[in-house]
Design a protein around this ligand. Structure first.
Ligand code: SLL
Length: 218
């Protein structure tokens, strides 16, 4: 979870908005005939969890690639926020998300580009390697205008050629809530155990005190 907040200038008070986003990459093996330095074609991206157009609150996205790519920094100012390249190796992409409101500091995400399936299996030109992660951008006390934009939400969804490979994160929010519920249960159980232990210790202390008194009276 990325939490950040804006300059104090135009902050709202007590407003928190979380926007789910997906960072991902999809890589195709280009087959046995392909040039060994360009064995894969891959696309890395930021997308909405329901393929919403994110440009309502994202101004642009900067993709920082491995230095073997020229140029290694790519800026995408329009949705879909994605870049496509060919290459041979895996590396961590740095993805910087800049917001429509300049007061809001950019957020940096690290995306591990994956070209080879885990666990390893025979390469296939049909089946790409999909690596997607769910993230939540949490805006705390955003500027008035941004708050209004965030509350209004996305105005449209976008379609891309790769969307048939996207993973389904629509259940993620429900899953997060379930995890919180389970965590609360674990904490409750531990609290009960601590309370029991604390009562035992009180009891032991009482016994020791009684013993000391008894010895003192001898
Ligand atoms: C590795 N640490 O050794 C990584 C580096 C770099 C991948 C991977 C460049 C392609 C090009 C490319 O694929 N770099 O030159 O256009 O696995």
């Amino acid at each position: 979870m990325k939490t950040f907040s804006s300059s104090p200038k135009t902050r709202t008070k007590g407003a928190t908005v979380a926007v789910p986003i997906i960072q991902g990459s999809i890589a195709f093996w280009l087959g046995p005939e392909a040039d060994e330095w360009h064995s894969h074609r891959w696309t890395a991206y930021i997308r909405g969890s329901r393929n919403e157009d994110l440009s309502y609150f994202i101004r642009y996205v900067e993709f920082q690639l491995h230095e073997s790519f020229h140029p290694s920094k790519r800026v995408v100012t329009k949705p879909p926020f994605e870049i496509t390249e060919t290459g041979w190796g895996e590396f961590d992409l740095i993805i910087r998300v800049y917001f429509v409101d300049n007061l809001e500091s950019p957020v940096e995400l690290i995306h591990p580009l994956r070209l080879f399936p885990i666990p390893p299996k025979e390469p296939s030109v049909e089946e790409p390697v999909v690596n997607e992660h769910y993230e939540e951008l949490v805006f705390q006390d955003p500027p008035e205008e941004l708050l209004a934009i965030l509350r209004m939400g996305p105005q449209r969804t976008i379609e891309t050629e790769l969307q048939k490979y996207f993973l389904d994160f629509t259940g993620q929010e429900a899953q997060d809530l379930e995890k919180i519920k389970q965590a609360k249960e674990v904490i409750r159980t531990k609290m009960n155990a601590l309370n029991d232990r604390s009562k035992e210790i009180d009891e032991e202390r009482k016994q020791v005190e009684e013993e000391i008194n008894r010895l003192g009276n001898l």
